[in-house]
Design a protein around this ligand. Sequence first.
Ligand code: PAP
Length: 486
Amino acid sequence: MESTMDSKRSQSSRGEEEELISTLHKRQGLNSFNLNLVKYQGFWYADMSLVATTISAQRHFQAQRSDIFVCTAPKTGTTWLKALAFAIVSRTAVDGDSTADPFVSKSPHECLPALEYAETFAPFHRDPRNPLIATHVPFSSLPKSASDSSGCKIVYICRDPKDTFVSMYHFFAKLAASRNMEPVPLNKAFEFFCEGASSFGPYWDHVLGYWKASLYQPDRILFLKYEDMKENTAFHVRKLAEFIGYGFTLEEEGNRVVEKIVRMCSFDHLSNLEVNKNGKIAENTPWEMENKLYFRKGTVNDWENHLTPEMAAHMDLITEKKLSGSGLNLIYACVVDVQVRIKLCPSTKLIVPDSICFPSMESKRNQSAHGDEKEVTSTLPRRAGLNLFYQGFWYSDVSLVATTISAQRSDIFLCSFPKTSTTWLKALAFSIVSRTTVIDCDSTADPFASMSPHECLPALEYSETFTPFDRDPRSPLIATHIPFSS
Ligand code: PAP
């Protein structure tokens, strides 16, 4: 696979790159060794050499159809995703015995070449058996052959910005300590991150770039979330493997290969390997790092132990604002009282439980008092005919906006835009889940002989209006017209 960046950079193009780089904006931010960040194509890079190698990749790297890019913003699960992707593509070696475990002798970071570090410390050698390439470069700055033309696959992982920040803060603090340098204080680091001034930041723009691209090219770009992967790793390993063209055979399923990969790439397993406790990557270069810096806690919502409620609310507001209208939600648990959020930004529109977008996640949101909801709904824009504008969509009634429930793992949401065959979908889903009674198709067993499909399911947004939100414990179905982002 001679796909890649052979060293074609001529002296003159190096000169041009250096001239371009010297004009780029620089500023202090959340970065290694307290270096100034450098802004290139709307994102902050850790230093000039990283911009130079990115430019070089943009000019000379030719992606192939068989390439698989593992793309991440820093501290969102890079190490884990690299390990999983590498274990999947090289799994003939995965027998479960330690000699076949590729991570016993090297960190997951050493298993994939990294696009932007190519000429800095790791020569861009491709192993022809390994189609994987890692990068932190934002989607809009990928080499064109990777972002549009080659047909290669891209896998991206994102994470709640609050946990991403906390992870990054600790990483840089430990890195500073290892060089006897003063770490950036938490408050200052938080300010930098929120301003977008962090390595490969603004974080939200990084995520949105890949998110939007994944909506346009869903068969080429797989968008994953750290929290979902933690919730059900095996499911996502199967999904990832299928997506990159390395799906598991029935025989492999029978041999529990998926479970072996999950275990081999788990935080507990990797962080306890000698190589990750005492080894280093990029040894004897300015970028030398101890492998253990990449393993801290590996949990969801650790931000609760480090951020004040005000900090969390502030970051959530940025996230809501930045992602508004994108259909993407990255706020997993809102422990912050609605009152705090309203105080911080009186015009903010909120409510509607976060848990609905993430039925698999445990919702910690306190049920807000109806008084708070009324306070918020009374501030929303109105228009004749379509009464109320809420989170980018028109609702016909105030009461529709004020619904509060907590979704369960077992719930199944049937979501539809009005008049797109809601009735049919409700009827089909209800027949499927209650088929012990309808399977014979005699009219007495037909549930629709006596009830409209609309009466068979509770509707989320009408819960408190005309149908009390009584759940039949035998039916996991809930219907809604609410947009995904709400
Ligand atoms: P990078 O982008 O700089 O390479 P990355 O691996 O994304 O770093 O970030 C490290 C985070 O992933 C750490 O999160 P924490 O600070 O919140 O704990 C690290 O613990 C976590 N991590 C590393 N390996 C795994 C794993 N196998 N499973 C889950 N999380 C992991």
